[in-house]
Design a protein around this ligand. Sequence first.
Ligand code: ATP
Length: 477
Amino acid sequence: MASRRVLSSLLRSSARHSPSTRAPLAFPPPPISSPRPSPTGFLLSGAVEYAVPAASLVPPSPPPTSPTAGAIGKIIDSGCVRDDAEGHLAQYQMHLAEMEAVRAGMPVVCVNHGGNEGSAVRDIHMENFTVSVGGRDLITDASVTLSFGRHYGLVGRNGTGKTSFLRHMAMHAIDGIPKNCQILHVEQEVEGDDTTALQCVLNSDIERIQLLEEEARLLSQQCTDTYAVVRKRDLEDDEETGKSNSKANGSMDKNAISKRLEEIYKRLEFIDADSAESRAASILAGLSFTPEMQRKPTKTFSGGWRMRIALARALFIEPDLLLLDEPTNHLDLHAVLWLESYLVRWPKTFIVVSHAREFLNTVVTDIIHLHGQKLTTYKGDYDTFEKTREEQLKNQKKAFESKEKARAHMQAFIDKFRYNAKRASLVQSRIKALDRMGHVDAVVNDPDYKFEFPNPDDRPGPPIISFRFHFVCGEFF
Ligand SMILES: Nc1ncnc2c1ncn2[C@@H]1O[C@H](COP(=O)(O)OP(=O)(O)OP(=O)(O)O)[C@@H](O)[C@H]1O
């Protein structure tokens, strides 16, 4: 696939230019603070995220007055750390630029009316793929199957690579994604210009727009031609020459136009063009756009509202695979509830990244868990996943402990009778058994970050701003 080839060659070149392809990037996974940390360490509804640059986590050391060997070492070290951090940041930015370049070369995702049979893409099997960002592997040797019509919630610790995974899918940079699969990743707000919000959504149905434009062109041509033919005929009648010829030409053009118009009307009917405007308007209304707002140019909206327009477009387009990254972030409660009910009825496949537990519980049918560079799919909503995972971890811990106990027991026997000739055969068989004994992975849980804030003083500090009012003749001044 061309785009994949371009991407992988770009990524290879990025790796070639990087000083160390396996080195960590500029920022570590951002620490998070959650009022409701779940046993699996996820950040859920009502939580606050903090993304702290690595440098800011290190307390500043006082400048040395007389540089001793240790101090010089420290200065050199911190210089290296800074260089390293800057290098990794540059590497990450290069990666983003490369992704943008690939994205720019990709076909625009727009409403695909297809033929009579509808979407051809059903299940998507992605096998043994790796996702790397700036030379660092975020997902390795993963395999995921997306079944048609299922709704997936993608969860995992911050910074583990959820967004990067979505980006790679959107760019068809993962083997197994069919070429004709329309994937739309709602990541950026729409550009602000003079197009109204409603028209911006409608413009994503390129076929409808083109048909309507052609219809208008043909109708106006038909009018002009009719006028021209009538006028010519009058002139010809006057002159009484070439009458039959011009008549034939006029009626031939008219016939072609009528035939094409007929085709256009048929197609417009097939794609349900008449209802497009009301469908787009109802999506925008669901996302809290009043009718007046829908008629306003996109440039008059803030970034958050333009993000809502981007979401409205995606819902209107209804791609084969919709990828949503924290869609509730820019929405008010009414819009969140509306989006929930809309997504529950979504007829195709989507993947949503969200930290909102209730939202996930409502809209998803499966959970994809990104953990330890692997992707695991669980059936059911977020709560079910959480319980299953908790159970799994408990079982894994138990199995690990009992294996370790048995191992220690055998090792103790071997150590005790190693030099005992009478028990030599028993020791040998224990050594073999120990070798044969498989390993159970130790439970590696996501690290928990804990933020502590000092208690405030009992007395409030001095006010930052104070106002004085005077009450004169029944009014405040
Ligand atoms: N602005 C940045 N500068 C440098 N590295 C970055 C930056 N943003 C992300 N990264 C790196 O890319 C990795 C993957 O980031 P990505 O956004 O895909 O993770 P994520 O799981 O979606 O995180 P989050 O839940 O915080 O959005 C991170 O671990 C981080 O190291």
